[in-house]
Design a protein around this ligand. Structure first.
Ligand code: ATP
Length: 247
């Protein structure tokens, strides 16, 4: 990781690849995670590898949603753990959210490896290992969640999620914040707050907004949420992907 000079034009992208590769080697990320990363990278390239204004607005609305929530939870999978472990812990701290490990290809070993990795990055309580509740409408393994975690949450951050689970969580009535570089993915479509941005930029940006809004009143936070238009954000991102000029 240290070998890539920061001046390299593809620094961020190469750093991201290294983190994912490292995640696979440590048993945190599944091999399918490499494919998800490749898909994401293609969209990021088309977006100009930057946080577009609509994604920044979405990150601010997401921060407001998390600060308003009774029980916010950040869901972490193998790619998220490999890419932004410390940043997720900071976001949880800034918003009072729980962290829950939730995997598409769930194995106990990978659950433990991710929980340990998050603890090494400062997480105190990592949920997801109890798995004493189920998301309705999904097959057994993918439905597993903690009763006092995602099952109970009113606002859930689901980064890099597959469409089925994002739709099932939305059907449970949860307010979903989705981080996904593909504005046309089913996850982004299911979201109340779609953040079309690379997770390595989006999570620190949400934390910065949460810190800036820490003293805002409920009315101010509610106004930010109300003003945010998810359809407009998705449309702006799709336009940027289709029409943007490559750097
Ligand atoms: P859907 O079922 O919603 O169509 P999918 O089957 O494409 O989703 P996956 O292949 O699991 O889902 O990919 C996960 C999603 O995560 C993809 O849409 C991809 O663009 C996105 N993604 C991958 N890496 C990142 C990243 N670093 N930051 C943000 N999004 C990412």
């Amino acid at each position: 990781m240290e070998e890539i000079p920061e001046s390299h034009p593809r620094y961020e992208s190469l750093l991201t690849r290294h983190r994912i590769e490292d995640g696979v080697e440590r048993g945190i990320t599944s091999p399918q995670g490499l494919i998800a990363q490749g898909r994401g990278e293609a969209f990021d390239y088309l977006l100009g590898e930057e946080t577009i204004p609509s994604a920044d607005e979405a990150a601010r609305a997401a921060a407001a949603q998390l600060l308003l929530a009774d029980h916010p939870v950040v869901s972490v999978n193998g790619n998220v753990a490999a890419l932004v472990p410390g940043e997720v812990v900071e976001l949880a701290d800034a918003t009072g959210a729980d962290i829950e490990v939730n995997l598409f290809n769930r194995t106990e070993e990978r659950m433990e490896a991710i929980a340990d990795h998050l603890r090494e990055h400062g997480a105190e309580d990592v949920k997801g290992l109890t798995a004493d509740a189920r998301i309705p409408g999904l097959d057994h393994e993918r439905a597993k969640v903690d009763a006092d975690g995602i099952y109970d949450a009113d606002v859930v951050v689901v980064p890099l999620e597959d469409g089925d689970r994002a739709e099932a969580l939305a059907a449970m009535g949860k307010t979903e914040v989705v981080i996904d570089l593909n504005p046309m993915s089913r996850s982004a479509q299911a979201a109340a707050v779609p953040i079309v941005d690379n997770i390595i930029r989006a999570v620190p940006n949400m934390t910065a907004h949460a810190r800036e809004l820490a003293d805002a009143s409920r009315e101010e936070l509610e106004a930010i949420v109300k003003e945010f238009d998810p359809d407009a954000a998705r449309a702006a991102a799709e336009r940027a992907v289709r029409e943007g000029e490559l750097a």
